[in-house]
Design a binder for this molecule. Structure first.
Ligand code: F6R
Length: 361
């Protein structure tokens, strides 16, 4: 049932290209994105609230960046257990998007119910047909990731990201905030993203060696800006939940406002460097941590390799538009977390204290 892999998590990491293909199927035709009726006219949406927990929340952070960038709609992304207790200034033209692999997460479901009580349309992004979230939302877009068994989410996350891109493009297309040509450029890249993920997966051995080298560390940091920060949060969550190693994600520019004090000799810093317009800024943060003895592992888009020379290790990603890099850059972090856990002898698929679906509040 593990298809020859030692753990479900590794199997599911490798299933990502296929999961992306399945999720994309039928949604792009002749360069246009078709998501059907959203239950609210794209031109009428005033504001979007994206609400989710854990990994799904991290997909929502990317969703915010990409919807704002492409479709020019204000978006707030919030953790469901926080959102529920806020006093939201609801407007009738708001749209709520809930993201949940299982479709059963108690806090996410409660946020959905609150929106419905307010008469707000809810769009659900879920992996499970017939789940509570799928039944109660006005409209469902499924991630076709297939069953995810490992507690640590991998292929559900990458397919959630894909839906965020498709949704942003669809809204941009309907609101005419992008031209047909601009949309086509991104959709054609999305149609090849599965092959690029395959390329990243080929670096498994190299990443495994890094994990072997750093298996004894007590603490790690993940840095990035913009889309890279969103992925840094996901990489840190993966590492802590399965390897029990302390991992913290920081927006690179926030370092000097406190956390830099924690950087000491030999601390691994995983730096995501994939945003063409932010390389210089990120490199200046890397110089700061290196000056304090950190070892820097760069997850770097291949055209930016030159700028990343100073990093101690480099994992190169195939060329892709900056805004699409999360689908690629998360993969080395998943593999890194996986092997860190394996080297520690941890129960990779069933980490201590955690359940696959959190149905308590
Ligand atoms: C982390 C992980 C969790 C879930 C979170 C939400 O790897 O799997 O953080 O993402 O519990 O679960 P769903 O998506 O089922 O609502």
């Amino acid at each position: 049932e593990k298809g020859g892999y030692e753990h479900f998590m590794l199997k599911e990491i490798h299933e990502q290209p296929e999961a992306l293909r399945q999720t994309l199927r039928g949604k792009i035709r002749d360069g246009k994105v078709d998501l059907g009726d959203l239950g609210i006219k794209p031109s009428r949406i005033g504001k979007i609230y994206i609400v989710a927990c854990g990994t799904a929340y991290h997909a929502g952070v990317v969703g915010k960046l990409v919807i704002e960038k492409l479709a020019r709609i204000p978006v707030e992304t919030d953790i469901a257990s926080e959102f529920r207790y806020r006093d939201i200034l609801w407007q009738s033209d708001d749209l709520m998007i809930v993201i949940s692999q299982s479709g059963e997460t108690a806090d996410t479901l409660a946020a959905l119910r609150e929106a419905k009580r307010q008469g707000i349309k809810v769009l659900a992004v879920t992996n499970v047909v017939g789940s509570s979230v799928a039944r109660e939302a006005d409209k469902v877009i499924y991630t076709h990731a297939g069953p995810e068994i490992a507690v640590a989410s991998t292929k559900a996350y990458s397919t959630q990201l894909l839906i965020m891109y498709l949704l942003a493009l669809y809204l941009a297309q309907e609101r005419k905030t992008l031209t047909t040509e601009e949309i086509e450029i991104i959709t054609s890249e999305l149609m090849k993203i599965d092959e690029k993920v395959e390329e990243v997966l080929k670096q498994e051995e190299k990443i495994k060696k890094l994990a072997e080298k750093y298996q004894k560390v007590e603490s790690t940091f993940f840095l990035g800006r913009s889309f890279d920060y969103a992925v840094a949060m996901e990489g840190a969550l993966k590492l802590k939940e399965i390897s029990y190693i302390h991992a913290e994600a920081y927006a690179a520019g926030e370092l000097k406002h406190g956390p830099l004090a924690l950087i000491s000799e030999g601390v691994p810093v995983l730096a995501l460097i994939t945003q063409d317009n932010l390389v210089e800024k990120s490199m200046s943060n890397i110089k700061e941590v290196k000056a304090r003895g950190a070892v820097v592992v760069a997850i770097c888009k291949s055209n930016l390799q030159e700028a990343c020379q100073e990093c101690d290790e480099q994992i190169l990603l195939p060329e892709v538009q900056s805004l699409l890099t999360p689908i690629l850059s998360v993969v080395p972090l998943q593999i890194f977390a996986y092997y860190m856990a394996v080297f520690k002898g941890a129960d990779v698929d069933k980490p201590r204290n955690l359940a696959k679906s959190v149905t308590v509040e």
